[in-house]
Design a protein around this ligand. Sequence first.
Ligand code: SAM
Ligand code: SF4
Length: 327
Amino acid sequence: MKDRHGRVHRSLRISIVDKCDLRCTYCMPEDQHFLRREELMTRDEVMAIARLFVERYGVDKIRVTGGEPLVRPDAVDIVRDLLRLPVKLGLTTNALTLDKHLDALVGAGLKSINVSLDTFDAERFKRIARRDGFERVWANIRLALERGLRVKVNMVVMRGVNDDEILRFVELTRDHPVHVRFIEFMPFAGNKWGRERVYTYAEMLGHIGSVHSFEKLADDPHSTAKAYRVCDWPGTFAVISTVTEPFCGTCDRLRLTAEGKMRNCLFAREEMDLLSALRRGEDIAPLIEANVLAKHAMLGGLPPFKPEKQEEVLHDLSARPMVSIGG
Ligand code: SAM
Ligand code: SF4
C-alpha cells in the first residue's frame, strides 16, 4: 500500500495493551491513565484487523507490542493467532515475566523477540524503570537465548543517565549472539525530552570506535537501524538514529494502538479509529487507505529534531506518550 510520497508500507506494529508492569521515565508519564478493558481490541478484533492488512494490503511483517504485551492474559493466544498469517512476526517486551510465557511462545512458533534493557546496574534500572527488575530481565534474556530465540536488546541512550554503559552493551555482542540496538532518546508527551539529553548516533560511533574496531553491515532496505559488528564477535550492534538522522524516506511502518486507532507514523498527530468503525459493522478499508495516503514526508509533520527547533517540537508533539502508541 503506497502513501502519497510513493513509499510502500508492509510492516505493522500492533499494540495489544497500554498498561505496563514497568514505568520507564522516557516512555510513561507519572500520571498515566490506562484504557478500560472494553476499550481494548479483543483477540478476535486484533486478528480481524491484522488479517485485512495482510490479505488486502500486503503487510508481511507484524510486531506485537504495547505497553507491555505480556501483561495481557491472552497475549500468547494473540501471538499464536498472528503466527497463522503469512508474516514475519516479532514481539517487543520488557521481559520481566518472559520466563512464564517462553515455552508457550516458542511452542507457538515465535522465533524472535526484542527486549528493552537500558542498564546493567540494578539501582539504575530502578531509577529508569521506576520498579525493580534488572535481575529478572537479564535472566530472561539469557533464557530466551538458550531457547534459541533471536534476541534484539533495545537500549535507549540518555546523556548523563546511561551513556557510560554503551561499551558494556557492545561487549554483550562478544559474549552472546545478541543484536544490541542503541536508540536515540525520542520526544514523546510527558517524557521530559530535551535535545541536550540525546546522546547522538555520531557520538555513539565515535565512543565505540575509540575502543573497538568495527565494520558496517548491510542493512535491510526498510531497516530503521544501522548495523555494525565488532571483528568476528557473534552478535551485532546497531543505532536507531531517529533524532539526528531520521530514516523516514525508507520507512514502511504502520501502527495500530491498543484501542484500534491507526497511526501512519510514530510521531503522527492524526489517527483513524478503525475499531469503532469495525464495531459498527462498517468497512474499515477506506479508513486504512486514507490514513496511509495522508502520511507526512518526515517525522509525522513535526519540525526536524534540531536544537534550535526544540521548543517547536515539544509544542507540536502528539498528546500520546510512547507507552500508549506502541513502540
Ligand atoms: N514494553 C515493551 C518494551 O519495553 O520493550 C514494548 C513497548 S516499548 C514502548 C517499545 C520500545 O520503545 C522499547 O524498546 C523502548 O525502549 C522504546 N522507547 C520507549 N520510549 C522511548 C523513547 N522516548 N525514545 C526511544 N525509545 C523509546
Ligand atoms: Fe513499559 Fe516498555 Fe514503556 Fe518501559 S518502555 S514503560 S517497559 S512499555
